[in-house]
Each structure stands twice: as structure tokens, then as C-alpha cells.
Design a protein around this ligand. Sequence first.
Ligand code: ATP
Length: 234
Amino acid sequence: MFDVKQISAGYGDIQILHAISLKIERGEIVSVLGANGSGKTTLLLTLSGVLRPTAGEIYFSDRRVDCLEPHLIVKQGVVRIPEGRKIFQEMTVLENLELGSYIRTAKIHRKENLVKVFTLFPRLEERKHQLAGTLSGGEQQMLAIGRGLMTIPRILMLDEPSLGLAPLIVMNLFEVVKRINQEGTTILLVEQNVHLALSTAQRGYVIENGRIILEGGSDKLLGEDYVRKAYLGI
Ligand code: ATP
């Protein structure tokens, strides 16, 4: 589904990503792991067209997308849930969800998608008229994911969904992420919480200083000495 070939990217003169290559197959959950500042968000910004790679190529469903504007990449079904949720605080839950379906293909299916989102997150239906800024952290993360689902993604890219949330809330949230995947959406999961990410994903990539230093099945990565020492403190 995604075929990323040797991309480099950064901000102005500062290069952050160095020749990153990765592949994501349809139906997978793939995680990208790494410490603070390793380049995970930069990678997602590049995959979603917000940042232009300075080298390399990105293919989505065999179509080259690294030259497309971000809104055209969204139209292909590539949807990013940003770190820190970035919901519209002064708007209601329902208004935030409706904004997710602004593209034409999603607008046509707005009603049935809303039912799907409310089935996954009943809490959002209970609070649909509440201002988003007054939701709890966990509810705001549900809303951010729900808004992404309203766009009818083929791949959902989640940037640190567990950030700042209590363990029980994170567990429930990740159960829903697995359900979203079982219902047919491919997932790219960016996380600092290595254990959580690898117990959710089938495969993962470890990124350090903008380079992929390890990749493989989740079980293999969990067994790697480097991952155990650097990320799990074992
Ligand atoms: P975190 O887990 O802390 O969010 P990350 O792995 O997602 O980290 P990035 O946000 O991709 O890391 O940041 C990678 C590097 O790029 C960091 O050194 C950061 O300071 C730098 N960076 C991020 N955004 C900008 C920007 N707009 N201008 C310049 N440098 C930036």
C-alpha cells in the first residue's frame, strides 16, 4: 500500500530524515518507534504531504504521491491523526466529526459513518453537543480518531495516541484501534511506548536520528537486545 523509497526530509536547511525506506501492506498494523526527536512526526508529515521530501520517492497504491498537495493525499485515503489531537476546542463534538467528512466522497457517506464512529466510541455520541475543549484527554483522542475515520481512510496514521493518557484509557483506545484495523483500515502507529506499540502491531521500524536502525516482526523486535536496553530498560 505504502512504498517509501529512500526519503530524506527536514525543515529548511536542517535535514531530519536520512534515506528512510519502509513498506506497509494493505490490512497491516505497522509501528514506527523511536525516542523524542528521532523524526517520527517528521516522517508522518512527509507521508501526508505537509513536508516535501528532498530526496526519494513515496508510492501509495502504486501511485507516486510525494509530489501531491496534502489535500490530494487525503483524497487518496491517507489520513493523519496529529500528535496532541488538534481538535477544534470551541466547536462541539458533532461539528468536529462533521469537519472530518469535508471531502466529497466522505460527505456522501456522512450519516452512516457517524453511526460507525458512535458505535466504536459510544462516549462521543453521549457527548455530541459538548464543546470539544471540555472533553477529557481520552475523549479528545477518541474524537481525533473519530474525525479521521469520518474521512474514510484507507490508511490511518496515528501520531503518539497514548500521549498523556492513563494506562486503562490507553488500553481501551488501543482495543478500538485493533477493531478499526479488523474492519479493514490499515494502520501506521507512531509511538514512544514500545511495549504497547509492539503488542498492537504485527511489524515495526525503529528510527533513531532520522534513520531506520532496526525493522522486523514485533516479536523479533521485542527480543532484540538493543530494543530491550534502549527502550524497555531491561
Ligand atoms: P517526539 O516524540 O518528541 O514528538 P519525534 O520523533 O516525533 O519526537 P520530530 O517531531 O519529527 O520527532 O522532530 C525531529 C527533529 O526535528 C527534532 O530535532 C525537532 O527539533 C526538529 N523539528 C521538528 N519540527 C521542526 C520545525 N518546524 N523546524 C525545525 N526543526 C524541527
